[in-house]
Design a protein around this ligand. Structure first.
Ligand SMILES: NC(=O)c1ccc[n+]([C@@H]2O[C@H](COP(=O)([O-])OP(=O)(O)OC[C@H]3O[C@@H](n4cnc5c(N)ncnc54)[C@H](OP(=O)(O)O)[C@@H]3O)[C@@H](O)[C@H]2O)c1
Length: 241
């Protein structure tokens, strides 16, 4: 049986390409999945008492905190958190003003910070929990037309290392998954805007399920001794095309 059976896992950005695949993968492993996004009605429904949609905008700090309290009130605990919120915004550096940068950082970087900050106290009470943040290859290889997202990714990679050090002694693991191109509407939008390429050893984009498997692994007890890691799911960096 999966070690994720009966675990309460909160996913933010759950209606996106990766979030949707992850929610179904975790549910199939017996987890109780709490799915958040602004338009949560867009989430594929699942007839299950282990499937809890929760409308939430991660740019509203007070709402994020009350969402965490509500999950604990209804499900009893939060075992794992995964942050997948993002605002795909591309453009030449000179064309992106403060408002554009703020939007991206507020959704992806601060969105992750707020969700972790809201869930962490409940995990610390129980002395256990697993957090997985999702960054991206741009965090180490910034595509010139995707600099706000790339900077958010780099900061997330740093954040997991700091959080892992700070809270490891209290039983909390914090890791990141850094996908390369994933076959998704987002990738097609990026490619259309010249904001990146496939360029990997396997010469193909990941499937959403590939990324979901990596996140599931990091959430699970199979990764019990892994924290502060940034796991690339990018098809290998060896051979670029
Ligand atoms: N797809 C790729 O090729 C790829 C590659 C590398 C890294 N990544 C990273 O992987 C993660 C997921 O990517 P994806 O392709 O699944 O993205 P996506 O399809 O664009 O989904 C983004 C999700 O974030 C939610 N969201 C956006 N703003 C929000 C807000 N203010 N509050 C709450 N939820 C919000 C969206 O739902 P609502 O609109 O309903 O709120 C949606 O569920 C992102 O961090 C992305 O940067 C993706």
């Amino acid at each position: 049986m999966s070690t994720l059976a009966d675990r309460v896992i909160w996913i933010t950005g759950a209606t996106g390409a990766l979030g949707n695949a992850l929610a179904h993968a975790l549910h199939a492993q017996g987890a109780h999945v709490v799915l958040s996004s602004r338009r949560i009605d867009d989430a594929e429904p699942a007839e299950s008492d282990r499937w809890s949609p929760l409308a939430l905008d991660v740019t509203h700090g007070a709402d994020v905190e009350s969402a965490a309290r509500r999950i604990v009130a209804t499900q009893g605990r939060i075992d794992g958190v995964v942050c997948l919120t993002t605002l795909p915004l591309f453009g030449d550096f000179l064309s992106l003003d403060d408002a554009a940068w703020r939007q991206v950082l507020d959704t992806k970087l601060l969105g992750s910070v707020r969700v972790v900050r809201a869930a962490l106290p409940f995990m610390l009470e129980r002395g256990q929990g697993s957090v997985v943040l999702v960054s991206g290859r741009g965090g180490s290889e910034p595509p010139p037309r995707h600099l706000p997202g790339a900077c958010a990714n780099a900061a997330i990679n740093l954040l997991v290392q700091g959080l892992a050090t700070a809270y490891g002694p209290r039983g909390i693991r914090v890791n990141a998954v850094a996908p390369g191109p994933v076959d998704s509407p987002r990738l097609r939008a990026m490619l259309a805007q010249g904001a990146g390429g496939i360029g990997n050893a396997l010469q193909q984009p990941a499937r959403s399920s590939d990324v979901a498997q990596a996140i599931s692994f990091l959430l699970s007890d199979a990764a019990a001794h892994i924290t502060g890691a940034v796991l690339p799911v990018d098809g290998g960096r060896g051979a670029r095309t």
